[in-house]
Design a binder for this molecule. Structure first.
Ligand code: ZN
Length: 243
């Protein structure tokens, strides 16, 4: 494994543009439960049922309770060393941008500036009717818009909704023009996000994957590492510091 981390560190140094793609595995290392395993009160529902336009329209009370809980959980988590290292690497021009499937805002909390959130953010809520945005804190006591009394919903992509066009097309563009694409904690199973590494690879970028489980792109990758992201990035960072 050390050889692959050496290889990754070398690729980071040689790359003129590096895109980091993060999924749920990045956040679970901060102790944030994968929302697919949301338990307790919500055991009787599949997450797809609550995190959906259907629930927003027809089961608003449960929809609000579900997201209230998720937003509250967010207040208790902090960026982990993986998040912090990515922000440091951005400041040192080793990382160009982070594209994330996560909605917890932990990359920004760690100090990353160039972040594309493909699934939106739980840090804000917005009015389903007039689009006015509020800090997510409003959701703990209010579920309607101050201006029009419309329903408030988190600024995330719900099941039944399209990904934000701007974030998606910008991500596609940087994937196509980067020279290194690094996947952290994603099984690359969710479309269209899984198209990003494919596009990068096709355009000639090196591809590294750090994930606990196999992905369909493992055989195409220049390096695959099955270890905690924080450990891998720390080890790579040590090598970078020796250069
Ligand atoms: Zn409104």
């Amino acid at each position: 494994m050390n050889d692959i981390i050496q290889k990754l560190a070398r690729a980071l140094l040689q790359s003129s543009s590096t895109v980091v793609f993060t999924g749920a595995g990045m956040s679970t290392e901060s102790g944030l439960p994968d929302f697919r395993s949301a338990g307790g009160l919500w055991k009787q529902y599949r997450p797809e049922e609550l995190a959906s336009t259907d629930a927003l329209n027809r089961n608003f009370e449960n929809f609000v309770s579900f997201y209230r809980e998720r937003i509250e959980t967010l207040g208790e988590v902090k960026p982990n060393k993986g998040h912090l290292l990515l922000a440091e690497w951005e400041a040192k021009n080793l990382v160009t941008a982070v594209v994330t499937q996560n909605v917890d805002g932990l990359h920004q909390a760690a100090g990353s500036k160039a972040v594309w959130e493909l699934h939106g953010t739980l840090r804000k809520v917005r009015c389903q009717s007039c689009g006015t945005e509020y800090p997510a804190g409003r959701y703990s006591s209010e579920s309607t818009c101050e201006k029009c009394r419309g329903k408030l919903r988190p600024a995330v992509v719900l099941f039944g909704e399209m990904l934000p066009e701007k974030a998606l097309s910008a991500s596609m563009d940087i994937a196509a023009s980067c020279s290194l694409f690094l996947v952290l904690g994603s099984s690359l199973s969710v479309s269209p996000a899984n198209m990003l590494p494919e596009r990068a690879k096709r355009s000639g970028a090196k591809l590294f994957i750090v994930n606990n489980t196999p992905t369909h792109l493992d055989s195409a990758a220049d390096g695959v590492i099955r270890d905690a992201i924080g450990n891998v990035l720390s080890a790579a960072d040590e090598i970078l510091r020796e250069q």
